[in-house]
Design a protein around this ligand. Structure first.
Ligand SMILES: *Cc1c(COP(=O)(O)O)cnc(C)c1O
Length: 448
């Protein structure tokens, strides 16, 4: 009863993100009253395991007592202050800690308040750097097939997910798209590594051809998340980082989704042992609590903007809530938990459980591939001929509905069902999710 009352009120005033609102004529909205750990609870007491960390942001569960305490403390001290001309303790400490955690070449933190904005910052900063260096013709960007970097116009332009992008194509800057290095496209019997090496040849050719007018290459290191949880071998990043140096093109690592332990290491770039010129972080940065993002960059980039005001070399970009102290206090509490609880190491065990729990799905007639990178596991549904279902059939949606009924939030990406859970999930809960996913896939593919 309480659920339906709120649904009615919602549907008369709200317009939800990434949603065809007409869907809600048949697909009920789920009002959530409270969250605790991996659980979300609705107004009728029904509980759902948050297997996708509420859009990949939650790291340590809902209503985490340590993070709650940090926010409360900050709330009584300073809720917000303008970051131009002013500063505050949480942001200075956070910046020191981020610089210490990331590769040595990254020494400067520029803040924004969501992932797309961080991408916009990195793109503008890269272009502006070359302009300040007397190379204003470097105006282009290279990105990867299937990439996703956010929804604002600049971020959308460097992305390559047709469903989100195509409609707005007339509004977007042109970008150069390099073919995917993702192993899911490899020939039968070809390893992820061999495929990544082979695909890099096309990237190298683009860099060689466009070096004079390309400002930066932007990539999602190791896992292209929104594009379908497509994973690639770290050797691609190693080759790319090298080539970017050789051709004098920046490398932007968008770790907005993969940062903070998602891929098995604190940052995905660590697995290729590379350091980019720009590192974009958001999502896990505040463990699912508050919007915040940061772009880390090098002293070289910073120095290229350092001059008298009148030269127009300064980076005059801003957002009202830049560097919000409450969000910074959450980020600090998040980093504390990583340190104190040895999270990255403990996650190795959970990742192994995820692999074990989904083992029977690997040979399932309606599964094309089960792929995993650390705490991200994706299951690609296929038809009886092992081909992808047409997206209009919305097979993934059927699994989503099935899972909701069984008490799990498994929002798919097209035909791809994935687990990207909070790190406080237990092995039992992982097995529970795997059972729900398997039964859901079976029910969604009966009329294959
Ligand atoms: C989510 C995401 C973004 C955009 O972040 P928002 O906070 O949703 O604007 C950018 N890049 C990647 C890789 C993402 O997954």
């Amino acid at each position: 009863m309480l659920n339906s009352n709120l649904i009615q009120r919602d549907l008369s005033v709200l317009w939800h993100p990434c949603t065809q609102m007409k869907d809600h004529e048949t697909l009920p909205l789920i009002p959530i009253r409270s969250g605790k750990g991996v659980w979300l609870e609705d107004f009728e007491g029904k509980r759902y395991i948050d297997a996708i960390s509420s859009w990949w942001v939650n790291l340590f569960g809902h209503a985490n007592p340590r993070i709650n305490a940090a926010v409360r403390k900050q709330l009584d001290t300073l809720e917000h202050v303008i970051l131009a001309g002013f500063t505050h303790e949480p942001i200075v400490t956070l910046s020191e800690r981020l610089v210490a955690l990331t590769p040595d070449n990254l020494t400067r933190c520029f803040y924004a308040d969501n992932g797309s904005s961080a991408v916009e910052v990195a793109l503008k900063m890269s272009f502006h750097y070359w302009r300040n260096q007397g190379k204003p013709q470097k105006t282009k960007f290279i990105s990867l097939q299937d990439s996703y970097h956010g929804e604002t116009l600049g971020a959308l332009a460097v992305g390559d997910v047709a469903l989100y992008k195509e409609t707005y194509a007339p509004l977007l800057m042109e970008v150069i798209t390099a073919p995917s290095p993702a192993g899911c496209y490899a020939e039968k019997g070809e390893s992820y590594e061999a495929y990544a090496r082979r695909q890099f040849e096309a990237m190298e050719a683009l860099l060689e051809k466009h070096a004079d007018d390309v400002s930066a290459v932007i990539v999602e290191p190791l896992v292209q998340c929104a594009g379908g949880m497509r994973m690639y071998h770290p050797v691609y990043l190693e080759l790319l980082c090298n080539a970017c140096d050789r051709y004098h093109v920046h490398l932007i690592a968008d770790e907005i989704a993969v940062g903070f332990g998602r891929t098995g290491t604190m940052f995905a770039c660590e697995q290729a042992n590379i350091s980019a010129d720009f590192l974009c972080l958001s999502k896990g940065l505040t463990a699912g609590y508050l919007p915040l993002s940061v772009v880390l960059t090098t002293e070289d980039v910073y120095q290229a903007f350092y001059d008298d005001y009148t030269t127009l070399k300064a980076f005059l970009h801003s957002h009202s809530y830049t560097g919000n102290p409450l969000a910074c206090s959450v980020a600090l509490a998040t980093l504390d938990i990583f340190e104190e609880d040895n999270v990255i190491e403990k996650n190795h065990h959970l990742a192994q459980v995820m692999a074990d729990a989904t083992r029977t799905l690997r040979d399932h007639p309606h599964v094309g591939e089960v792929r995993q990178q650390g705490m991200i596991l994706a299951i690609e549904m296929v038809n009886a001929a092992k081909k992808p279902y047409p997206w209009q059939e919305r097979r993934g949606l059927k699994v989503y509905q099935y899972a909701l009924e069984k008490g799990a939030l498994l929002r798919p990406l097209g035909n791809i069902i994935y687990f990207m859970p909070p790190y406080v999930i237990t092995p039992d809960q992982i097995y529970q999710l795997a059972d729900i996913a398997q039964a859901g896939i079976e029910s969604a593919t009966v009329h294959a």
